[in-house]
Design a protein around this ligand. Sequence first.
Ligand code: C2E
Ligand code: MG
Ligand code: MG
Ligand code: MG
Length: 282
Amino acid sequence: RSNMESGNNLRIFTEDIEHAVKRAFNLDQDLRRALSGKQFQLSYQPIVNIDHFEVCSLEALLRWQLPDGTMVPPQEFIPLAENNGLIMPIGHWVIREACRQIGAWQRSLGTVVPVAINLSPQQFQGPDPAALLLRALREEEIDPSLLEIEITETSLMQNMDDMMRQLRQLADAGVRLAIDDFGTGYSSLNYLRKLPVHAVKIDRSFIRDLTHDVNGQLIVQTIIDLANQLHLDTIAEGVETPEQVDMLRNFGCRRLQGFYLSEPAPASQIERLLKQGALGVI
Ligand code: C2E
Ligand code: MG
Ligand code: MG
Ligand code: MG
């Protein structure tokens, strides 16, 4: 390789870094304006029981649309918000918005299924997150059993004692807890004994490889067996094919979530689905 070439490569490389840094900086600036600019929305993805595809709950997923129409994926801005502290006000908005929506559905439909929200570990470092959540529920006059929270295994490792206290407080009030992305963390399974967990969500990476990876099948079967023994609910994430559904059914999995059933959708679309009760797949 000539000097000339490596020189060019180096320049391209520095330009890449510059570009990435600029993008991150701009995104940070944009994110600071997103809340006041009302650029956030919640999408809702149905979680169904495996027998009749009845909607048993919904997962609220945060959507951010820039004024120019661009959608920024959560994988990009959530880590950023977790690092710059904005996850606090953003997370608070998610809690209040989910509660507001549950209240609205309750009034317009009479009944409503529970809604799950994702919580970042940083949110447990703020001033009494459990109280904040319970206040939001009270303000909308919602039964705590209509709110579920999803936390990842990895987040549990970060400040176990503090978080456990908060989670117990929420569970005592009737809020349900699911472990998200189950199987991808390094944490010990001990927390399943210590925490008031009601469900494990088997990570999408296991489901994706399910029909062509024998080891993956063994892992999923083992997770489901463990959960069933512990009387926990199992939710398979990222279900995209009928073959996956059949296999998960044989394994004794109870609930499904994924594009095969339904993609996340805005509240108005979900309302129609809730009136209908079950998904019209197959
Ligand atoms: P998650 O909590 O594991 O959410 C599931 C993700 O999988 C969602 O991505 C959903 O759209 C996607 N998904 C569902 N079914 C399928 C499928 O069949 N195929 C594929 N390829 N994907 C599927 P999304 O909405 O992009 O969110 C990504 C992650 O961002 C979430 O993963 C969660 O960790 C985080 N997140 C989203 N909303 C919030 C929020 O309000 N607060 C916090 N702290 N994190 C959030
Ligand atoms: Mg989740
Ligand atoms: Mg997940
Ligand atoms: Mg995830």
